[in-house]
Ligand binder design. Structure first.
Ligand code: NAD
Length: 443
C-alpha cells in the first residue's frame, strides 16, 4: 500500500521502516531538513537495535523515501500517519500544536479520499480535533474531499522498537468507519498472520487505551519503588520480595523492578497528561498524582545515598557513572534519571566521569563541553580518578564486571547500584561497599 508518515522520530521512522519491510511504499516526511538529508544518505538519527539495516535496505530498494515536502508526501499516501511529538506544555497537558499543524497541512494538500491515522499519544478527543482542523482547511479551499481519522496508538518500546513493530502484541484501531478499518486491516494483515492482533474500538477508547497502558506500567514501577523504600527501612531485601510476589500469576514477574525511577519520553509525560485529562473532566486522579510524586522522589535516591556515604561532603569528589540513557538499548536521554543525578552532583560541587554505550553524543549535545563532565569511551576509563561508582542504566555490558578491577580503580571503593544489578554479597566480598535500592542495608 502507499503510506505517508509525518515525523521521523522513534515512532515514525521505525513504523515507516517496518511497513516498508512488509512491501509497502512508504514516504516519511519531516520538517527537520538535516534529519531528512541524513536519512537519504543512510544516517540514522537515533540508536535503535536493528533499525539501520532495514532503513538502508528499503531506501535502496525504493520502498522507503524521505522528504520535507508535505504536498508530494500527501499526494502519495492512501494512509497518512501522524507520528509527531506531543510534549508536555507548561501545565503538563499534552501539547497538540505539532499534531494539529500536520492536520492543517493535510487539509491544504489532500486531493482524494485518504485515511488519516494518528499514532502520536494524544488526549481523548483529539481525533475529533484533527478531523475538525482538516475539515476547516478543506472548507476554506472549497474542497469537498472525504477522509477518515483513525486513532492507532503506538505501543513500541524504545530499545525493542523494531521487534515490537514487526511483532506487535496488539494493534489498537479506534474508528467507526468501516472503510478506514478495512484499509488498516489490509495494511496490518502481514502482522496478523499468526492470530488476529487487531482490537477495533471507538476513537476515544483507543486514545485512552494508550494512556492507560503507560500509566499502568508507571504505576507498577512506582509501586515497587515504594515497597523498596519500605524494605530499606524495615531491613528487608526488595529483590526477595519481588520474587515472592512475582510468583503469583495475578501479579507476574514482569515490570516490577525497583530502581532509580522511570524516565524516557513517554511515562513521565503520559502519566502527567492523563492526570490533567482527568482534572479537565472534574476528576481528581489521586493515584496518578502519587505515581508521579513517588517517581520524582525516587530519582533523588542515588544522590541521597552518595551524599550520605560522604557525610554530606561531596564537593571535590569525582563520581563515575555507568549508564546515561533512560534505559538500555537506546540513546534517549529524555527525562533520564542520570540527568537528575548528574545535575545534583554538580550542584553539590562534584565532578562526573561517565560511560554509556550509546548515549554519550546525546549527553554532550545536552550539556556541552564542561570541566566537570568527562564522557569516556570505555567503561573502566570512567573509573580513573573516581571516588565511587554509580550504576544508573542496566546495559548488558555492566552485568558481570570485574569487581577487583573496580575496587583497584576507585579511591573509596563503593558501588551505588541504581538497578539492583549486582549481588550485594559478591560486591562486598570483593572489598567494595554496596548500596542498592531497597536492600535492607542501604539506608
Ligand atoms: P520524536 O520527538 O522522536 O519525533 C518527532 C518527529 O516529528 C521529529 O523528527 C520532528 O521533527 C517531527 N515533526 C514535528 N512537526 C512536524 C511536522 N509538522 N511535519 C513533519 N514532521 C514533524 O517523537 P517520538 O518519540 O517518535 O514520539 C512521537 C509520538 O509517539 C509522541 O506522541 C509519543 O508520545 C508517541 N510514542 C512514543 C513512543 C516512544 O517510545 N518514543 C512510543 C509510543 C508512542
Amino acid at each position: 500500500m502507499k503510506v505517508t508518515i509525518f515525523g521521523t522520530g522513534y515512532v515514525g521512522l521505525v513504523t515507516g521502516a517496518c511497513l516498508a519491510e512488509m512491501g509497502n511504499h512508504v514516504v516519511c516526511v519531516d520538517i527537520d531538513e538535516a534529519k531528512v538529508e541524513g536519512l537519504k544518505k543512510g544516517v540514522i538519527p537515533i540508536y535503535e537495535p536493528g533499525l539501520e539495516p532495514i532503513v538502508k535496505r528499503n531506501h535502496a530498494a525504493g520502498q522507503l523515501d524521505f522528504t520535507t515536502d508535505p504536498a508530494s508526501a500527501i499526494a502519495h499516501g492512501e494512509l497518512i500517519f501522524i507520528a509527531v511529538g506531543t510534549p508536555p506544555d507548561e501545565d503538563g497537558s499534552a501539547d497538540l500544536k505539532y499534531v494539529l499543524a500536520v492536520a492543517r497541512t493535510i487539509g491544504q494538500h489532500l486531493d482524494r479520499y485518504a485515511v488519516v491515522v494518528n499514532k502520536s499519544t494524544v488526549p481523548v478527543g483529539t481525533a475529533d480535533k484533527v478531523r475538525d482542523a482538516i475539515t476547516e482547511v478543506l472548507k476554506g479551499r472549497d474542497a469537498g474531499i472525504e477522509f477518515d481519522v483513525v486513532s492507532n496508538p503506538e505501543f513500541l518500546k524504545e530499545g525493542d522498537a523494531v521487534e515490537d513493530c514487526l511483532r506487535p502484541d496488539r494493534i489498537v484501531v479506534g474508528s467507526s468507519s468501516e472503510r478506514a478499518v478495512g484499509r488498516l486491516r489490509k495494511l496490518y494483515a502481514p502482522f496478523n498472520r499468526n492470530h488476529d492482533r487487531m482490537v477495533v474500538m471507538d476513537e476515544r477508547s483507543a486514545e485512552l487505551t494508550k494512556y492507560a497502558a503507560n500509566a499502568m506500567l508507571a504505576t507498577k514501577i512506582s509501586f515497587m519503588n515504594e515497597i523498596a523504600n519500605i524494605a530499606e527501612r524495615v531491613g528487608a531485601d526488595v529483590e526477595l520480595v519481588r520474587q515472592g510476589i512475582g510468583s503469583d500469576p495475578r501479579i507476574g514477574y514482569h515490570f516490577i523492578y525497583p530502581g532509580a525511577g522511570y524516565g524516557g519520553s513517554c511515562f513521565p509525560k503520559d502519566v502527567q497528561a492523563l492526570e490533567r485529562i482527568a482534572r479537565a473532566h472534574d476528576y481528581d486522579a489521586r493515584l496518578l498524582a502519587m505515581v508521579e510524586a513517588v517517581n520524582h522522589t525516587q530519582k533523588t535516591r542515588l544522590f541521597a545515598q552518595i551524599q550520605r556515604h560522604f557525610n554530606g561532603n561531596i564537593a571535590g569528589k569525582t563520581i563515575a557513572l555507568w549508564g546515561l540513557a533512560f534505559k538500555p538499548n537506546t540513546d534517549d536521554m529524555r527525562e533520564a534519571p542520570s540527568r537528575r543525578l548528574i545535575e545534583a552532583l554538580w550542584d553539590a560541587g562534584a565532578k562526573v566521569r561517565a560511560y554509556d554505550p550509546e548515549a554519550r553524543e546525546e549527553t554532550q549535545r545536552i550539556y556541552g563541553e564542561r570541566a566537570d563532565l568527562v564522557l569516556c569511551e570505555k567503561p573502566y576509563e570512567a573509573l580513573d580518578g573516581a571516588d565511587v561508582l554509580a550504576l544508573v542504566t542496566e546495559w548488558k555490558a555492566f552485568r558481570s564486571p570485574d569487581f577487583g578491577r573496580i575496587k583497584a580503580a576507585l579511591k573509596e571503593p563503593a558501588i551505588f547500584d541504581g538497578r539492583n544489578l549486582y549481588d550485594p554479597q559478591v560486591v562486598e566480598d570483593a572489598g567494595l561497599a554496596y548500596y542498592g535500592i531497597g536492600r535492607g542495608r542501604s539506608l
